[in-house]
Design a protein around this ligand. Sequence first.
Ligand SMILES: [Zn+2]
Ligand SMILES: [Zn+2]
Length: 135
Amino acid sequence: MKRDGQCLCGAVRVALAREPQAVNMCHCADCQRRTGAPFGMALWLMEADVTISGETRPFVHLSDKGRELTNRFCPNCGSTICFTAALNPGLIAIPAGLFADPDTPPPLRSVFEERRHPWVAVPEGATRLPRGRDG
Ligand SMILES: [Zn+2]
Ligand SMILES: [Zn+2]
């Protein structure tokens, strides 16, 4: 199944060639600030399975463990288009919101639960981790 997404203004488009390998909801402070929402949700795929068209700009920052994280955003409307982590070479995360599609697969993993707003419900069966996958 192919999935097509776009930023708020439509200048940047994202196409997925296949279903994601992982779908995470992340409650970390960076995801909260990046999205303006109480958690972030992203689809993780191999970079080769994602086509991004349109201009994006990078924002590079460090995780709390000092690892490099790169967000790319639309310079016109500010939507996050993707992010990559030095910890996961070859993988790319696409924010679920770009698809604005209720048919987007639900999160299979809930990470950084130590920062979870207590009222945010996690889908039944999802793996729940207090921090990232490496603790
Ligand atoms: Zn845009
Ligand atoms: Zn996060």
